[in-house]
Design a protein around this ligand. Structure first.
Ligand code: ZN
Length: 160
């Protein structure tokens, strides 16, 4: 069993924090089978509100699937305790926002997509369902008459 962390980096303009809310947030990843090296060609998502029983019914995981190349049953599970917000203190540097428990397959690519919650640093305004698919995002905080933005979004996976 390997634990993999997802770290992101972003430049925040008048933004206090970026977070995900609720169990339905979808983490879009491409997964690599660690037995044979096959990487899934399609994006798949991991979400806390979906889980599948593992073989033999010994437990469950966010995703259970057989590798289409070698036939092994692999699992990935979201580690709830590792879910975290990205705050202005991390501005421009990598910080962990999620962790995954991996058995037989590991995430190797991440797609930000949408569903993020951005909190303004200038007022109590929050912007729901922010779309980060272009690796940048801009809005206007009308309470504070300030533009808010998230740019230079990057990610990396690290072993925990
Ligand atoms: Zn395989």
């Amino acid at each position: 069993m390997v634990k993999i962390g997802l770290e992101i980096s972003a430049i925040l303009e008048n933004v206090a924090q970026i977070s995900t809310i609720g169990d339905e947030f979808r983490w879009y990843v491409k997964l690599k089978c660690t037995s044979c090296g096959e990487v899934s060609s399609a994006w798949q998502y991991l979400s806390l509100d979906e889980s599948t029983e593992t073989k033999g019914g010994r437990g469950s995981a966010s995703m259970v699937q057989k590798c289409r190349m070698c036939g092994r049953e692999n699992h990935v599970d979201i580690i709830k305790e590792h879910l975290s917000s990205y705050t202005s203190e991390s501005d421009g540097t990598f910080s962990k926002i999620a962790g995954f428990e991996c058995r037989g397959m590991e995430p190797v690519e991440f797609d930000f997509r949408s569903g993020w919650v951005v909190s303004s640093a200038c007022s109590k305004a929050t912007f729901n369902d922010a779309d980060f698919s272009e690796s940048e995002w801009y809005e206007y905080d009308e309470n504070a008459n300030q533009s808010v933005g998230v740019t230079e979004l990057k990610y990396r996976f690290v072993k925990l």
